[in-house]
Design a protein around this ligand. Structure first.
Ligand code: MGD
Ligand code: MGD
Ligand code: SF4
Ligand code: MO
Length: 727
C-alpha cells in the first residue's frame, strides 16, 4: 500500500488529494488532503472518482491509426511516421495555414500542455490557431487587455475577506469556481455570511449558489451589460463613486452611462429598477465588495462589454486591488512571462468572416468556415490536443461534418470519442498518475497566493510515452525535423531561451549568469519539470522544485496584496475605464434595444458530476441526477402544451429532449447542459447515458464581436410538443 498526494487536475479548484494505491498501482481510495493549506481536505464527487477515471479500461494505451476506415493499434514509431507524412503532404500542397490546431480545456490543466502549446503553435506556423479560450473566457482577456494593458491580468474576488459578493452568471457551488481558484467554495461562502457579509446572485436560474445566497435576482439571458450600466449610472447619479486607482476615461464613462437609467436597464434585463438602484447603493456602502462574473456573462453576445463593466463597477466602488475587493494573485512561477508590452487586439482577421485575432488565436466559432470554404489558406488538416469540439463548439454537428472532410487529422487524447473518431492518428497520453502535475495557469487566479507540485506517482510502462514527449515530438514534426527527432533537443532549446532571457534581464535573479551553468543547476526529471524549476527560481518567492517536493501538501504564500501598479502596462500608465473599442461596441448594445426579444432563450448549465464532455464514461459520475434534461418553467410547459419531452429548434438545428419542469428557471428561458451527445460512442458507459449535444442548437454565426467568443447563453429557440421518442 502506498499513500500519494496530488492536486486534482479536473477542474479549476486545485484541491489537494490523498490517494491510497495497492501494490499493483490500483487506486483504492481518494480523499481530500487535510494537510493542504488551501483546500484543507475538501473533495468533490469528481475528485473522489479520480481513480476510476484514471483506470478507465477504455482509455487508450497505445496509438491508434486509421487505415481504410478501420482502427489499428500502432507503435509510436508508426504513429509518428504517419503524422509526419500527413502533415507534410498538406503543408507541401497547401501551405502552413492549411493546418489548424485546437488546444482544448485540459491542455490548460497539464504541464505538457502549458510547456508545448506555444512551441507547437510556432512550429506549425499557421494563422489557424484555436483554443478553448474563445468558447470560454476570451472576453475577460480582451477587457483586461484593454483596461490594464495585460490580457492575463485577471482580478479575482477576495472571497475570504469580502463583505459583499455579487455573483453574475457563475455557479461556483456546482462549477467550484472558474478564473477564481478557491477550493471548497461552499465553506468560503458560508464563512462570508457568518462574518455578517452578504451574497447576491444574478442568474436566469435559481442555482445551487443562488439558493444558498442571501438574495437571488432573475435576469434575462444576455442582458447583464444593461444591468451593469444601470448600476454605473446610479453610482454617478447618486455621487457614490470612490475610485482608488489612477484612471482615464471617468467622464466619458459617466456620459456613456447617462442614457442607461435604472428604468431603461430594467426594461431590457428584467431586474426591477429599484433593485438595480439598491444593488448600486449596497455595493458602494459595503465596507468591501466584489463583483464576480463567469460563463453566464462571458459566452454571450456582449461578453466583452459585460466583463469590462464588472471591473468598472469594482473600480468605481473603490473595490479594485484592495483586500476584500477584487485582487491580483502573485504567482510562484509565472510572473516572468509578464512582458510589460501593452496589449493590442485584432492584429489579424480570420480569412472567411474577418473575425479578429485575440491572444494570437482565431475564434472557434469560425473554424468550420475555415475548413469548408475553398481558396488560399483553406484548412485541410487538424491537430487537436485535449479537445472534443464536436460536443463543445457552437454548432458542433457542422464541425463533425467538416472534420470528416479533412485530408488529415491527429489528436492527442486518451479517448476515442465524438471528435477523435475523425482522426487518422490518435496519440494517447499516459494515465494522470503517470504524469507530474503543476497548475501553471490555474495558480495565476488563486484567492490566496499558493503553490503545489505533484510528482509522478506511477512509472511509465516500457515503451510508453509521457504527454511531454508526445507534444515535443509533434512539435518537432511540425517544425520539419521528422518523425524520429529527439524531443530532448527541443526541451534544451526552450530552456536555453528562458535562461538566456533571464540572464539578459536587468534585475532578474539570473542576471549576468552563465547559461550553461544555470542549466546544469536545474532540477527535474523531464522538460516540464526543469522548466518549472527555472520558473520557480526566477519567481518572486525564490522557490525551487526541490522545495516544492519537500512540501507535498503545498505551500501557502499568504493573502493577496495590492499590486495593480506592477501589472499595469497601458500606454498611459493608468487604468483605462473607457477603452475606445469597448466604447464603440456600446453602440451595438444601443441598437439591440430596438430588436424585439425572442420568446424563448436557451442557456446552459453545469452539473456537479460532469466536467464538460469527458467524464461520462465513469459509472459513478453518470445516472441519478446527472441527466441531460431541458429545464423549463412549468408556466411555459402549460402555455405550450408540452408533454414529457419537446422539440427544441434554433436557427441552426433541432433536438428532441426530455423536459424537467422546474420553478428554478425563469419563464421564457430553458437550460440544457453541454458535453452530452454520446449516442453511438465506442465508450460503453457514455453510450448508455448518451444525452443530446446542446451545441446542435448553438449558432456559430453569432459571436461577441470584440473577442470572437462563442455564444452559448441567450440563444433564441422555439419549443413544440412531440410524440416521438427522445433522441
Ligand atoms: N453549449 C455549451 N458549450 C460549451 C460550454 C457551455 O457552457 N455551453 N462551455 C465551454 C467551455 S467553458 C469549455 S472550457 C469547453 C471545453 O471543451 P473542450 O476544450 O473540447 O474540452 P472537453 O469537452 O473537456 O474535452 C476534453 C478532451 O480532452 C481529453 N483529455 C482529458 N484529459 C486529457 C489529458 O490529460 N491530456 C490530453 N491530451 N487530453 C485529455 C478528453 O478525452 C476530451 O477529449 O466547452 C465549451 N462548450
Ligand atoms: N461540475 C462542473 N464543474 C466545472 C465544469 C463542468 O462542466 N462541470 N466546467 C469547468 C469549466 S471549463 C468552466 S469554464 C467553469 C465555469 O464556471 P461557471 O461559470 O461558474 O459555471 P456555469 O455553471 O456555466 O455558470 C454559469 C451560470 O450563468 C448562468 N447564466 C446563463 N446565462 C446567463 C446570463 O445571460 N446572465 C447571467 N447573469 N447568468 C447567466 C447559468 O444559469 C449558470 O448558472 O466550470 C468549470 N467547472
Ligand atoms: S472541486 Fe474540482 S479540483 Fe476539487 S476535487 Fe472536485 S474536480 Fe477536483
Ligand atoms: Mo471552460
Amino acid at each position: 500500500m502506498t499513500i500519494a498526494h496530488r492536486t486534482c487536475p479536473i477542474c479549476d479548484a486545485v484541491c489537494g488529494l490523498r490517494l491510497t494505491l495497492d501494490d499493483a498501482g490500483h487506486v483504492t481510495s481518494v480523499k481530500g488532503d487535510p494537510d493542504d493549506p488551501f483546500s484543507k481536505g475538501y473533495i468533490c464527487p469528481k475528485g473522489a472518482s479520480l481513480g476510476h477515471l484514471d483506470e478507465d479500461p477504455e482509455r487508450l494505451r497505445v496509438p491508434l491509426v486509421r487505415k481504410d476506415g478501420e482502427w489499428h493499434e500502432a507503435t509510436w514509431e508508426e504513429a509518428f511516421e504517419r503524422v509526419d507524412e500527413g502533415l507534410r503532404s498538406v503543408i507541401e500542397a497547401h501551405g502552413r495555414d492549411a493546418v489548424a490546431v485546437y488546444f482544448g480545456n485540459p491542455t490548460f490543466h497539464t504541464m505538457a500542455g502549458f510547456m508545448y502549446r506555444v512551441p507547437l503553435t510556432q512550429s506549425l506556423g499557421s494563422r489557424n490557431v484555436y483554443s478553448a479560450g474563445t468558447i470560454d473566457q476570451m472576453p475577460k482577456h480582451v477587457s483586461g487587455g484593454s483596461m490594464f494593458g495585460d490580457p492575463m491580468a485577471i482580478a479575482v474576488p477576495d472571497v475570504d475577506r469580502t463583505d459583499y459578493l455579487l455573483v453574475i452568471g457563475a455557479n461556483p457551488l456546482e462549477s467550484h469556481g472558474s478564473l477564481c481558484a478557491a477550493p471548497d467554495f461552499p465553506s468560503r461562502l458560508k464563512a462570508l455570511r457568518r462574518r455578517g457579509g452578504k451574497v447576491v446572485v444574478v442568474d436566469p436560474r435559481r442555482t445551487r449558489t443562488a439558493a444558498f445566497a442571501d438574495e437571488h435576482l432573475f435576469v434575462r439571458p444576455g442582458t447583464d451589460p444593461y444591468l451593469l450600466l444601470g448600476i454605473v449610472h446610479t453610482l454617478f447619479a447618486e455621487d457614490l463613486t470612490a475610485v482608488g486607482v489612477e484612471v482615464n476615461g471617468l467622464e466619458e464613462l459617466r456620459r456613456l452611462a447617462e442614457e442607461f437609467t435604472p428604468q431603461a436597464a430594467a426594461r431590457v434585463c428584467g431586474v426591477p429598477a429599484e433593485e438595480i438602484v439598491r444593488l448600486a447603493r449596497e455595493l458602494a456602502a459595503a465596507p468591501t465588495a466584489a463583483v464576480y462574473s463567469r460563463i453566464g456573462a462571458s459566452t454571450v453576445e456582449f461578453g466583452t462589454l459585460a466583463q469590462w463593466l464588472v471591473d468598472v463597477v469594482n473600480i468605481l466602488t473603490g473595490n479594485f486591488d484592495r483586500p476584500g475587493g477584487v485582487m491580483f494573485t502573485r504567482t510562484a512561477a509565472l510572473e516572468i512571462f509578464r512582458t510589460g508590452q501593452p496589449y493590442t487586439a485584432g492584429n489579424w482577421h480570420s480569412r472567411v468572416r474577418g473575425l479578429p485575432e485575440a491572444l494570437g488565436e482565431l475564434p472557434v466559432a469560425t473554424l468550420a468556415d475555415e475548413i469548408e470554404t475553398p481558396g488560399e489558406g483553406q484548412v485541410r488538416a487538424m491537430v487537436t490536443v485535449a479537445g472534443n469540439l464536436v460536443l463543445s463548439a457552437p454548432n458542433g454537428p457542422r464541425l463533425d461534418r467538416a472534420f470528416a472532410d479533412l485530408d488529415f487529422m491527429v489528436c492527442v487524447d486518451p479517448y476515442l470519442n465524438e471528435t477523435t473518431r475523425h482522426a487518422d492518428v490518435i496519440l494517447p497520453p499516459p494515465r494522470m498518475l503517470q504524469m507530474p502535475h503543476y497548475d501553471f495557469l490555474l495558480l495565476t487566479v488563486t484567492v490566496r497566493n499558493y503553490t503545489r507540485f505533484s510528482p509522478q506517482i506511477l512509472p511509465l510502462e516500457p515503451g510508453q510515452l509521457s504527454e511531454a514527449e508526445i507534444m515535443a515530438r509533434l512539435t518537432m514534426i511540425a517544425a520539419g525535423a521528422g518523425a524520429d527527432a529527439d524531443p530532448a533537443a527541443l526541451d534544451e532549446m526552450i530552456l536555453g531561451q528562458v535562461l538566456r532571457g533571464a540572464a539578459e534581464t536587468p534585475g532578474s535573479p539570473f542576471e549576468g549568469r552563465d547559461v550553461a551553468e544555470l542549466r546544469a543547476g536545474l532540477d527535474g526529471d523531464s522538460g516540464p519539470e526543469l522548466m518549472l524549476d527555472a520558473m520557480l527560481r526566477l519567481g518572486p518567492y525564490g522557490l525551487s522544485l526541490a522545495e516544492l517536493r519537500a512540501n507535498p501538501h503545498g505551500i501557502d504564500l499568504g493573502p493577496l496584496e495590492p499590486r495593480v501598479k506592477e501589472l499595469l502596462c497601458t500606454p498611459s500608465g493608468r487604468v483605462e475605464l473607457a477603452p475606445p473599442r469597448l466604447v464603440e461596441d456600446v453602440a451595438r448594445l444601443r441598437r439591440r434595444l430596438a430588436v424585439p426579444p425572442a420568446e424563448i432563450l436557451l442557456i446552459g448549465r453545469r452539473q456537479l458530476r460532469s466536467n464538460n464532455s469527458w467524464l461520462h464514461n465513469v459509472p459513478a459520475l453518470v445516472g441519478g441526477s446527472n441527466r441531460c434534461t431541458l429545464h423549463v418553467n412549468p408556466a411555459d410547459v402549460a402555455r405550450l402544451g408540452l408533454g414529457e419531452q419537446a422539440v427544441v429548434r434554433s436557427a441552426v438545428g433541432e433536438l428532441v429532449v426530455p423536459l424537467e419542469p422546474t420553478e428554478t428557471i425563469m419563464p421564457g428561458v430553458v437550460s440544457l447542459p453541454h458535453g452530452w451527445g454520446h449516442a453511438g460512442s465506442p465508450l460503453s458507459v457514455a453510450a448508455e447515458h448518451p444525452g443530446v449535444n446542446a451545441n446542435t442548437l448553438t449558432d456559430e454565426s453569432v459571436v461577441d464581436v470584440l473577442s470572437g467568443n462563442a455564444v452559448f447563453n441567450g440563444v433564441p429557440v422555439t419549443l413544440s410538443p412531440t410524440a416521438a421518442p427522445a433522441t
